[in-house]
Design a protein around this ligand. Structure first.
Ligand code: F6P
Length: 375
């Protein structure tokens, strides 16, 4: 019997989404003779039944295009902002699913999307997810598509920052995305030759960072590149954050929880933290410092060859799994192939950089300061 697939992209966009849509679509239509319906703007488009036909020429010419032709949003099926309230819209989404006689809904997204897709299983929907995100923080997959492209962009940025930092004898603090995982900052920092790399997994001591920079100056290198992940925190802030989180989790008392939430909100993260770090380093080293925030540049534009290949590999494997009737899984990258991993093994986990990861050893071996000690 001919199967009908619904497909949507959710969460932040990432390079390779269109390559994946094309991979799923071309294999589904051409190899397995299925039908395909696209939903616009993530789960919101599913709720509102806003569709896009993918059976004509829409899948052609999109392999190299950045973003997602379907559009995306960060809406959660179980808690959608509707008329000023958070509403559980899963039943309404199930109705649209059945209206289109879908056999399965393919959701392309990160860890949050996997969780949202899984929540629809309780409403009787078949789902299957593909792991995309520039953060590379999805559990149970070797890698996510989008990461390699962002890694290339951030590395090129660090390359370019070197010459200007060198000319002006400055520190340049470059902020790299990655949410609460350090993959992107660590990967780009090592491949771009950053002198200091700060990631969320290793809380930093600003005095140690300053001493690493002063030591470089004493040895004749009067400039330094500091690659800082947007989620990186000082030892003190990491401690405060952990304490506040513990209180929030344990507190029965609403007031106590509110107070801990306020303390959590006071901890500077992202751009304001990066700016503060730059100012502190200027004060501690006597060198001028500048900040570059790469931001959404890292998510834009054409996917790298590696991401096109990965997205196509996972997309076509997804169509094959659907053909075989394998649902409730994430199509994970495993070695050169793909593996169907049950979604319950994926959700609620975040893949962060293990402290004994080879990239960390390599960074330390080439005397990159990771903020916790002098190498
Ligand atoms: O998850 C991808 C990501 O780019 C993170 O690195 C970043 O923290 C976040 O999305 C930014 O989200 P938004 O585009 O919604 O500002």
């Amino acid at each position: 019997m001919t199967k009908t697939i619904g497909i949507l992209t959710a969460g932040g966009d990432s390079p390779g989404l269109n390559a994946a849509i094309r991979g799923v679509g071309k294999a589904a239509l051409g190899t397995y003779n299925m039908h395909l319906v696209g939903f616009r703007d993530g789960f919101r488009g599913l709720l509102q039944d806003r569709t896009i036909s993918l059976s004509g020429g829409e899948l052609s010419g999109i392999l190299t295009v950045g973003g997602t032709i379907l559009g995306t949003s960060r809406d959660k099926p179980s808690s959608m902002p509707i008329g000023g309230q958070q509403m559980d819209m899963r039943n309404a989404m199930a109705e649209v699913y059945h209206k289109h006689h879908l056999d399965v809904l393919v959701c392309l997204g990160g860890g949050g999307t996997a969780k949202n897709a899984y929540s629809l299983i309780e409403n009787g929907l078949n789902v299957i997810t593909l792991p995309k995100t520039i953060d590379n923080d999805v559990a149970m997959t070797d890698v996510t598509f989008g990461f390699d492209t962002a890694l290339g962009i951030a590395t090129e940025a660090i390359d370019r920052l070197h010459s200007t930092a060198h000319s002006h004898h400055r520190i340049i603090v470059v902020e790299i995305m990655g949410h609460n995982a350090g993959w992107l900052a660590l990967g780009a920092g090592v491949s771009g030759g950053a002198d200091v790399i700060l990631i969320p997994e290793i809380p930093y001591d600003v005095e140690i960072v300053a001493e690493a920079i002063r030591r470089r100056s004493r040895r004749g290198s009067r400039f330094s590149i500091v690659a800082v992940s947007e989620g990186a925190l000082s030892i003190n802030d990491a401690q405060l954050q952990a304490e506040a989180r513990e209180v929030i989790e344990a507190a029965d008392d609403k007031k106590e929880r509110k107070k801990a939430k306020a303390r959590l909100a006071e901890i500077q993260t992202g751009a304001s933290n990066t700016l503060q770090l730059s100012q502190q380093l200027e004060g501690l080293t006597g060198l001028e410092s500048r900040v570059t925030i790469l931001g959404h540049l890292q998510r834009g534009g054409t996917p790298s060859a590696a991401d096109r290949l990965l997205a196509t590999r996972l997309g076509t494997a997804c169509a094959r799994f659907i053909h075989e009737g394998t649902y409730g899984v994430m199509v994970a990258a495993r070695g050169d192939g793909a593996e169907a991993v049950p979604l319950e093994k994926v959700i609620g986990k975040r893949k962060v950089v293990p402290l004994d990861h080879p990239w960390i050893h390599s960074a330390r071996d080439i005397q990159v300061c990771l903020g916790d000690r002098l190498e």
